[in-house]
Structure formats: C-alpha cells, structure tokens
Write a protein that binds this ligand. Structure first.
Ligand code: SF4
Ligand code: SF4
Length: 114
C-alpha cells in the first residue's frame, strides 16, 4: 500500500474537508485513493476486526488540506475520476465542525513527545 509522499503539509485550515462514507470498501485491501493524497498519514487504514483482511479508509480532519486530489484521480488505467465507489465526499469545514463540536486548527497538532 502506498501512502502520501509527505512533501506537503497543512498551513491553513481548509475551506472543505474530505470524508469517507459507509460506501468505502477499502478496495479489498488495496485502497485506490490513498496514493493520491499529498499529505502523509492523512488517509489511513482502519481494519475491519470482524472481517480481516478487509477494512476502510478514514481521513484525518486535522491533516486534510481539502485539495480534492482523492476525488479527482482514480486507479491507474481505470479511467475513473476518483473513488470507484463514490465513497469520498467533500464537506464544508464549517459544517464538519458544527456536527462534531470541534474547531479545527490551522496546523496539525504537534506529535506527542515521549
Ligand atoms: S478508493 Fe474509495 S472505496 Fe477504495 S479505499 Fe478509497 S474511499 Fe474506500
Ligand atoms: S482532500 Fe486532499 S488532503 Fe484531503 S484526503 Fe483528499 S487528497 Fe488528502
């Protein structure tokens, strides 16, 4: 499984965020979306404990920059725009914050120190 190249980083709270819906199948263990996300660890794998090796992809709202690359590019050679299952939605950050009762910061939280 490839991941974001880690070359980009969030500098400002985005206007929109990506979220994944229950339609996410995890692409049966080979997520097609994750390689297009430019932010390391922003799209991450959540295993389905009851049905290994299946799982799904979640988006970290503290890392997402709202670039929409995950919904505009599909699996190589598939001629699809974005997720084959339409399981990624872009939502206004204001709406996400209202639903979750959280105000997202511009920058990602600093990693915990040991
Ligand atoms: S491409 Fe779609 S179905 Fe596949 S892992 Fe990503 S969000 Fe889930
Ligand atoms: S919108 Fe951009 S940063 Fe957010 S999950 Fe999609 S590709 Fe990653």
């Amino acid at each position: 499984m490839s991941e974001g190249d880690g070359k980009a980083a969030r500098k400002k709270r985005p206007r929109i965020l990506a979220i994944t819906t229950d339609c996410c199948t995890g692409c049966a263990g080979s997520p097609a979306c994750i390689e297009y996300c430019p932010i390391e660890a922003c799209m991450f794998w959540v295993p389905d404990e009851d049905h290994p090796p299946f799982g799904r992809i979640e988006v970290d709202p503290y890392l997402c920059i709202g670039c929409q690359k995950c919904i505009s590019k599909g699996p190589d050679g598939a001629f699809l725009d974005g997720c084959p299952w339409d399981a990624i939605e872009m939502v206004p950050t204001d709406d996400w914050e209202a639903v979750h009762g959280i105000t997202l910061p511009d920058l990602p939280p600093a990693p915990p120190t040991a």
